[in-house]
Design a binder for this molecule. Structure first.
Ligand SMILES: [Zn+2]
Length: 275
């Protein structure tokens, strides 16, 4: 792949637990000569290896600490320290404050964080955090999910891809996504509960966010289990004039070239909102 292209491969997009044919949230982001695993939802480490091994990854970026975005960090840790993966240094891990302690709570039998930091070079995110992986620029922006949570803006070769992570609609996300080439926005909620503060988008709100940000394209991800992908795309399209697609598992979005190659299918079976 040319270094000036940006490419996102959907490893999984289900929530809050995997479907038979769709892991939870996880993506492979490629650009600027770098490969970044974006969110490590349960089931994504397997399909990641169709494209890149843990030994060749340049970084991991985690939006927030809900298990459907982080669970496979646990098994990645075993791969990095106790198996056949060879790296010259710990794997850079960008994530919310407290991520190392959270992992240590699962992975060690005490307060010692050192095994975690032997596997991962931990960088805690904050609003406006900037990092580079190769020539790929990674900016993190705080969003609204009832806990520390971040969106990601990846830039390379004049193209920009924004991933919302999990968030309710908020001015911070709209500003953060301004004029991006592609917005990957969550649409977890079919409708908001009357008795709780929203922590997710509906498909209509994802369309509104994309339109307000003047995004070039919109990809809906993290659809709640009561949302049919085709229906969600239709609902978002009523509010956003640009192309709208679903982040089906296996879909590949290449900026400047398009196109999605979805595989698998999602069937609505129940309803619920969060995590
Ligand atoms: Zn969440």
């Amino acid at each position: 792949m040319a270094d000036d292209l940006l490419r996102l491969t959907v490893l999984g997009s289900a929530t809050p637990y995997p479907r038979a044919d769709n892991p939870c949230s996880g993506y492979l982001l490629e650009g600027g000569g770098a490969r970044v695993w974006v969110d490590a939802g349960s089931g994504t480490l397997g399909p990641l290896q169709r494209h890149v091994g843990l030994g060749e990854l340049d970084a991991i970026w985690i939006s927030h600490l809900h298990a459907d975005h982080t669970a496979d960090l646990l098994t990645a840790y075993y791969g990095l320290l106790y198996a056949d993966v060879r790296r010259p240094a710990p794997l850079p891990l960008y994530g919310p404050p407290g991520i190392a302690d959270r992992l240590a709570g699962f992975l060690t039998n005490g307060p010692d964080r050192s095994p975690v930091e032997a596997a991962f070079e931990v960088h805690e995110l904050y609003d406006g955090h900037r990092a580079r992986a190769g020539a790929l620029g990674l900016t993190s922006g705080a969003v609204s999910h009832g806990m520390p949570a971040f969106a990601l803006r990846a830039e390379s070769g004049g193209r920009s891809l924004v991933y919302s992570g999990d968030t309710a609609p908020c001015p911070a996300l709209t500003r953060f996504a301004e004029d991006c080439t592609l917005l990957v926005c969550e649409a977890d909620s079919s409708a908001h509960p009357a008795d709780a503060e929203p922590v997710h988008h509906t498909p209509e709100e994802a369309g509104d966010t994309a339109r307000a940000a003047r995004a070039g394209r919109l990809v809906l991800t993290h659809l709640g289990r009561d949302l049919d992908p085709a229906e969600a795309v239709s609902r978002a399209s009523a509010r956003f004039p640009g192309p709208v697609e679903h982040a089906a598992p296996g879909a590949v979005f290449t900026l400047g070239q398009a196109q999605a190659v979805p595989s698998g299918s999602c069937r609505p079976v129940s309803r619920r909102q969060s995590p």
